[in-house]
Design a binder for this molecule. Sequence first.
Ligand code: MG
Length: 296
Amino acid sequence: MNLDRRGFLVGSLAATVAVTARGTSAATLPDPKQPGVLRLSSQLSRIPGESLEEKMEKMKKWGFEAAELPGGIVGEEKKYEDACRNTGVKPSAVCWGSDKGSLVSTSPEERKKGQDSLKAVLKSAGQLTSTGVIFAPVFHGESELAGREIRKILVDTLPELGAYAAECGTRIILEPLNRKETFFLRQLADAASICRDCNSPGVAIMGDFYHMFFEETSDLGAFISGGDYVHHVHLASRIRVLPGQDNRQFIDGFRGLKLIGYQDFCSLECGCRGDAEVEVPKSAQFLRDQWAQATV
Ligand code: MG
């Protein structure tokens, strides 16, 4: 296939996008249901401050609407609920991870344990009105299975877990990683096909600009492939510091988010060069500028 002229089918309207590898694009797509929005969030560890409240107050001042919560929210719900209520910062996603690959283990007992752990986090996430629980099925060294076998376990087990997530008012969000971190699930289109096969309103995907740099030929194409399944975005530069601290560009990906009418959060997951008190607000402004330049 010629990667410079790859066709994408979007919905029933069969609109086509011609995408150049990481460059300009010419798009003819149906208008999204609603105009896409840039709603900034950050992992709490990226924000300086002694307490949750102090971090969230700074985020608010710097134009962040939400905070991405760590995986250990079970039993800590009140702490996060109070901080969000007191500061007016919303919870975005919960960054949970792979639970050491337990959900795709060859052992039914291990899988059951993993499912129970995920259900507990989903329940807390729902209580906190979080947009979803981020789940990376497996990192290198966590499974001996082949990719097709892992995929089958996911398609067999995620529909029930997704139904539970939806019942809790949240989602499971599959995160594709780059090849240095996993042998399985590296592109948004691949994650979207798992959602399609699960056919559950509680199973969604996300894109992480850091991983996407290594795995996607086009940020725009990747988000279009994810379409309505995309419910979270991680923001980081090419070397995984703050957006704007190296030459990683976000405009092409932001075009993709605008074309799909993206409504969820874009959240910092990265290191920082220099003083975070100065650099984080600078990065937020850089992202707003890139969003403004993302014309569609
Ligand atoms: Mg990530």
